[in-house]
Design a protein around this ligand. Structure first.
Ligand SMILES: Nc1nc2c(c(=O)[nH]1)N[C@@H](CNc1ccc(C(=O)N[C@@H](CCC(=O)N[C@@H](CCC(=O)N[C@@H](CCC(=O)O)C(=O)O)C(=O)O)C(=O)O)cc1)CN2
Ligand SMILES: [Zn+2]
Length: 778
């Protein structure tokens, strides 16, 4: 008999209950008891949904992030919060956000760095370590939840992040090697495992997704060392990997002294035969057979075709699961009553994926012929749904396919090189040294969201909606003029999200109403669903951009999301290569770029926030990805005249590895995140002698803390030691939509004042800016 289990369930709640509970708590509108009670309800509900599983994940719930939770469990919180007053939860949120609910009037501490979880759009809080880091077990969260789950009658399997993945994700604050901490860390893990066993856990899921990445011999040896130290029969360990193949780590993973191994085989079963040969016969093999990252119905017959012989070989040793935690998919398709029923029939969210898993498990245990009538009907319905998707004329658009086939290299070429373009752009734009700008969005107030909701629900006419949004744009422009910014933006009030907004307007996309997925903390996205060939029926942003430009003499940046980012933050097709989908998007956005230029917009920003995160986890696959990703950006961006200044923006990115690709994008200006990492990222741009302009983010917009003028000046001085001042811009490190106006206004005042100070300093120490723009306004 095969068993079924799950690696993790979405914790935001089917109506985003956790989001609202957190935000109320942070704003001081509710107390910790209310927050804890919402959390408990969500956990109970999730466990109930999964109670038919032989092993239900516990500890997958988190108030902010599971990596930060692990830091708490290991007693590894940054020293800077240790002396502060307040509860454990206060310190937890201080690290995550820079402040707790109790700190409403101060910017008490720097938030920890936040970065992408592998190649997903989920962000974790980076553990901080130094050579002196000490660990101390704090198992209360896990033990309590284990107890609660067991009280509910659940067969509970605690989930923890394994020691190697924890150290691999950690960042050293003093240049020391995090891996050196392993001997100090392991005793704490041993204690934790023992206490979980005492708490009644028979199995513990130890997540080591780092095993699907390239590991050098030092890390491979460390795996051996760690798991030989942790070796225990009580509890049994399920070594869990996901997001890809193990490749040269496969043998290592098979042979570590644990009781079971979980592999992601949902989209690629090529390693399975080796595993069956190599895995010692006493071990459980858990197979991730359902894709935990997309929203398509699984092809159950196809899965059974390859799984049945495997099941025969493994018998009792086979466990079945989704490929990874279901954190990355929405909760329940049943809520999507408004979704086109044909497309809806092609989809499965978290709850439906567990139903698919159940059906697969039954078919394995009873045989396809042994299923009862209702199960047979489900199987037939699954086959019919897949056929309907494959045959649907809505998926294909011959004109789009022809356009993609006709793409030539010329399509991605600017007329002249940057060195020539910049002269023309300086003539028309006449910007000062250290030009100031923002990344695009201004606060998405609850009023703006209410208007959007009322319009969507038909309570507001299109004309009334447009006029409200225009007022909002005007307000934004006037604020920016008053602040003295040099390049303005319209503020993006009309956008629910930078990707979903475009998805809604492009043909080939469907979108959900409740399909929320956590991105970081309380923040969620509703990734649009790319199901067919992409085309742009009409301009998507031109009216708003033109209106904004009509209000001011300063240049207003047109604001678009690039093809790679739209692709990476959508649920993508699994029936054609990503490259093809990306090229289709590139052609659609290119039309928008050209329409903006024709409408008189002189600066166009094309955000590629997710270009870096789409990088495959394996280096051997990087170049192929970068080639088509950069090419798609170039197709979309480079159909403009030399006078039009193209900006791009990337956030939370490590650029060292991909600096060549960034240069190959050939944007005139790139704005990037650097503030939480103290301008460290600029090293790559300096080493590479990056030729174009850069706006290194001077303050962290993800924290409510307000930066000081001097702090910004210091950061920019640091930047100017690496990059010539003539090529530097001054801007926040990302859009301001998650902030409130009382935070934004003083922060931008400080930023503009800092730019003025920098110009003054430059005027006193050096000749005025070369190449035009001699008017150094201060
Ligand atoms: N797709 C994507 N990925 C990204 C980013 C991004 O901007 N987009 N940024 C980076 C960081 N990630 C982020 C992810 C989400 C948000 C964010 O602000 N999300 C919003 C939701 C945005 C949204 O879609 N809002 C809709 C719907 C909002 C809503 O809840 N409406 C209510 C009613 C309105 C109200 O009372 O507030 C309803 O429908 O019931 C809208 O504004 O129209 C949130 O969680 O609060 C920010 C950053 C990396 N990844
Ligand atoms: Zn950004």
């Amino acid at each position: 008999m095969a068993q079924q289990h799950n690696l993790g369930f979405p914790r935001i709640g089917d109506q985003r209950q956790l989001k609202f509970a957190l935000e109320n708590f942070w704003q001081g509108q509710s107390d910790e008891a209310a927050l804890q009670s919402t959390a408990q309800q969500i956990r109970q509900h999730n466990w109930q949904l999964q109670q038919h599983l032989q092993q239900v994940p516990v500890g997958d719930f988190s108030f902010y992030d599971q990596v930060l939770d692990m830091s708490v469990t290991l007693g590894n919180l940054p020293a800077r919060v240790a002396q502060l007053n307040g509860t454990e939860l206060d310190n937890y949120f201080r690290i995550a956000r820079g402040r707790s609910a109790a700190d409403s009037h101060c910017g008490c501490v720097a938030a920890a760095e936040m970065t992408k979880w592998f190649d997903t759009n989920y962000h974790y809080i980076v553990p901080e370590v130094t050579a002196d880091s000490q660990f101390e077990l704090n198992p209360q969260r896990l033990l309590q939840q284990l107890k609660q789950a067991r009280r509910q009658g659940i067969s509970a399997k605690p989930v923890i992040i394994g020691p190697l993945t924890y150290l691999a994700l950690a960042k050293s604050k003093d240049g020391s090697e995090p891996l050196n901490l392993l001997p100090r860390l392991l005793p704490v893990y041993s204690q934790l495992l023992e206490q979980l066993a005492d708490g009644g856990a028979e199995w513990v899921q130890v997540d080591e997704p780092i095993l699907v990445t390239d590991l050098d011999s030092q890390w491979k040896n460390a795996f051996e060392q760690a798991y030989h130290t942790l070796k225990s029969n009580r509890p049994q360990l399920l070594l869990t990997t996901y997001f890809g193949k193990l490749e040269d780590n496969l043998q290592l993973a098979c042979n570590l002294p644990v009781a079971g191994l979980h592999l992601d085989v949902a989209s690629d079963q090529s390693e399975l035969n080796k595993v069956l040969d190599w895995l010692p016969v006493h071990k459980v093999l858990s197979l991730g057979v359902i894709n935990g990252r997309n929203i398509w119905k699984a092809d159950i017959h196809a899965i059974l075709d390859w799984l049945e012989p495997v099941a025969e070989r493994l018998a009792e040793r086979l466990w079945l699961a989704p490929s990874c935690s279901l954190l990355h998919v929405p909760v329940d398709l049943d809520s999507e009553v408004a979704l086109d029923s044909e497309i809806r029939n092609w989809l499965a969210f978290a709850k439906q994926k567990l139903q698919e898993l159940d059906l697969i498990c039954q078919a394995i245990n009873l045989g396809r012929d042994g299923l009862d009538a209702s199960q047979q009907a489900q199987l037939a319905a699954n086959r019919a749904a897949l056929q309907s998707r494959r045959a649907s004329p809505r998926v294909t658009n011959p004109a789009v396919q022809q356009a993609v086939a006709a793409i030539t290299p010329q399509l991605g070429q600017r007329q002249s090189a940057y060195a020539q373009r910049v002269l023309q752009q300086q003539q028309t734009l006449t910007l000062p040294l250290y030009p100031t700008t923002t990344i695009g969005s201004f606060p998405q107030t609850s009023e703006i969201r209410q208007f959007r909701r009322r319009f969507r629900q038909g309570e507001l006419s299109a004309a009334a909606y447009q006029s409200y949004m225009q007022q909002e744009i005007e307000f934004c422009i006037r604020e920016q003029e008053a602040l003295g910014l040099d390049v303005l933006v319209h503020g993006e009030p009309e956008r629910n999200d930078m990707v979903e907004y475009f998805g809604e307007q492009l043909d080939g996309y469907a979108f959900s109403r409740f399909g929320w997925v956590q991105s970081y903390g309380s923040r969620c996205v509703k990734p649009p669903i790319l199901f067919g060939d992409i085309s742009r029926p009409q301009p998507m942003t031109v009216g708003w951009a033109q209106y904004a430009q009509s209000l001011t003499a300063k240049p207003v940046k047109g604001m678009l999301t690039g093809p790679v980012t739209i692709l990476n933050w959508s649920f993508v097709r699994d029936d054609q290569p990503l490259q093809t989908s990306c090229e289709q998007l590139a052609l659609a956005i290119r039309e928008e770029v050209q329409d903006l230029e024709a409408a008189g917009i002189q600066i166009i920003q094309i955000d590629e926030a997710a270009l870096r995160e789409g990088l495959p986890l394996r280096r051997s696959e990087w170049q192929t990805y970068l080639d088509w990703a950069v090419n798609s950006f170039r197709i979309c961006a480079n159909g403009v005249s030399d006078r039009t200044q193209i900006h791009t923006h990337m956030c939370y990115s490590e650029f060292n590895d991909i600096i060549r690709a960034i240069a190959a994008m050939d944007a005139d200006v790139i704005t990037i995140e650097t503030s939480r990492s103290d301008m460290e990222l600029l090293q790559a741009f300096e080493d590479f002698e990056y030729p174009n302009e850069i706006g290194p983010g001077v303050y962290d917009i993800h924290s409510p803390n307000i930066p000081g003028q001097q702090q910004i000046v210091t950061l920019m001085e640091k930047a100017a030691r690496r990059i010539p001042a003539q090529r530097l811009w001054v801007n926040p490190d990302c859009g301001l939509k998650t902030r409130q106006w009382p935070e934004v206004t003083p922060a931008l005042q400080a930023m503009v004042a800092a730019a003025r100070q920098l110009r003054q300093q430059a005027a006193h120490s050096a000749p005025a800016r070369q190449n035009g723009a001699e008017a150094v306004s201060v």
